[in-house]
Design a protein around this ligand. Structure first.
Ligand SMILES: CC(C)(COP(=O)(O)OP(=O)(O)OC[C@H]1O[C@@H](n2cnc3c(N)ncnc32)[C@H](O)[C@@H]1OP(=O)(O)O)[C@@H](O)C(=O)NCCC(=O)NCCS
Length: 335
């Protein structure tokens, strides 16, 4: 069996910065409230004039990752694309990236696991590489949240949290043992599906039905989040997923060199840091700058941490995420 390792990383965020104070033009909120509850100072929201979309941002991040892997688009055997905010209801963003990058007719798989999307994608890629089916897989997480958020006081509990952006990794075959992805761990609990969800448009609530009802109180086409319920589950599941990854590899929390938690809320990340007694330089957070970018959050943070020289050869890197579904999981990497 082969092992798989990350050979290239890249990210792209829109230039347009939206500060907490900027949000006041649409809703009754304050910089103090947002920073105190979430740690977020600003986020990037696509300026539609730029032409950026979920797929376009994904392709931009992918280009950087492929180049840094020392490869060309023609070396990639397979695409895995994670998002909850695709450009189209169908097809998914994977085929769009294949087209945007002018890649050969390789397979493209779309992953719908929201905030855990990148963890699930890495796990799938890891299996394909370990079995020898593919050599180089492009894994992308990208989100255009700003296009679908309710910019009003009614929507403020959700809207202030989310930002746009994309990240990408190239996962490649390796024959080195004990390096690269050591293990991945995936979980779900669908009984809580509606606690963090966007119900319509869907086949259960399709566009004509929504239009015909013409109900100003209908918020089903905006994301709904039971914030405190999500928070309580997140802290438990994050911890479980990290512990599971450590135990599977006979490791202890002291062995972690870098923890990259999904950037859901700085308070959640700080709770996890405290629980695992990790010093500040062993946890990387960037939610302050980008908000929660869902499927893109872990890969953007991983790329930034790596660019800043915070991840080095031989380091034990743990990625963990929790989100809508509920879904959660972890990836343990020996860099
Ligand atoms: C969303 C979250 C920050 C909200 O914080 P909270 O302390 O639970 O706040 P609540 O929703 O209970 O709201 C408290 C009050 O603030 C108000 N409020 C909500 N959003 C606000 C905003 N953006 N600005 C100002 N006030 C706001 C509410 O209306 C409420 O007012 P009320 O008490 O008069 O009714 C928090 O629950 C959270 O981070 N949850 C986890 C979210 C998460 O991780 N999501 C992604 C999962 S991947």
């Amino acid at each position: 069996m082969y092992s798989s390792k990350i050979t290239g990383l890249g990210y792209y965020v829109p230039e347009n910065v939206v500060t907490n104070n900027d949000l006041k033009q649409w809703m009754d909120t304050s910089d103090e409230w947002i920073q105190e509850r979430t740690g977020i100072k600003e986020r990037r929201w696509i300026d539609p004039k730029t032409g950026d979309t979920t797929a376009v941002m994904g392709a931009k991040a992918a280009k950087i990752a492929i180049e840094r892997a020392g490869l060309t688009k023609d070396d990639i055997d397979f695409i895995i694309f994670a998002t909850l905010s695709p450009d189209m209801y169908f097809p998914g963003g994977g085929v769009q990236v294949q087209d945007l990058l002018g890649m050969p007719t390789i397979g493209a798989l779309d992953i719908r696991n929201q905030c855990s999307g990148f963890i699930y994608s890495l796990s799938v890629a890891d299996q394909f590489i370990k079995t020898g089916m593919y050599k180089n897989i492009l894994v992308i997480g990208s989100e255009n949240h700003s296009g679908g958020l309710e910019r009003s006081t009614r929507g403020r509990g959700v809207t202030v949290i989310f930002g746009d952006g994309a990240g990408a990794a190239v996962l490649s075959r390796s024959e080195e043992t004990g390096k690269g992805i050591l293990s991945t761990h995936l979980h779900s609990e669908g009984v809580h599906a509606k606690e963090l969800a966007l119900i319509g448009p869907s086949t259960q609530r399709w566009v004509p039905e929504i239009m015909e009802a013409n109900d100003p109180d209908d918020t089903s086409y905006y994301p709904y989040m039971n914030g405190q319920f999500v928070f309580k589950h997140a802290v438990v599941r994050f911890s479980e997923a990290i512990n599971e990854g450590l135990e599977a590899n006979g490791l202890k929390k002291e062995d972690i060199d870098m923890l990259i938690p999904h950037q859901a809320n700085l308070r959640i990340a700080q709770f996890i840091q405290k629980k695992f007694q990790l010093p500040d330089d062993k946890v990387y957070n960037n939610i302050m700058k980008y908000g929660n970018t869902t499927a893109a959050s872990v890969i953007i943070a991983l790329t930034e941490a790596w660019e800043l020289g915070k991840i080095n050869e031989g380091d034990l890197v743990v990625l963990a995420a929790f989100g809508s579904g509920f879904t959660w999981g972890s990836v343990v990497i020996r860099w």
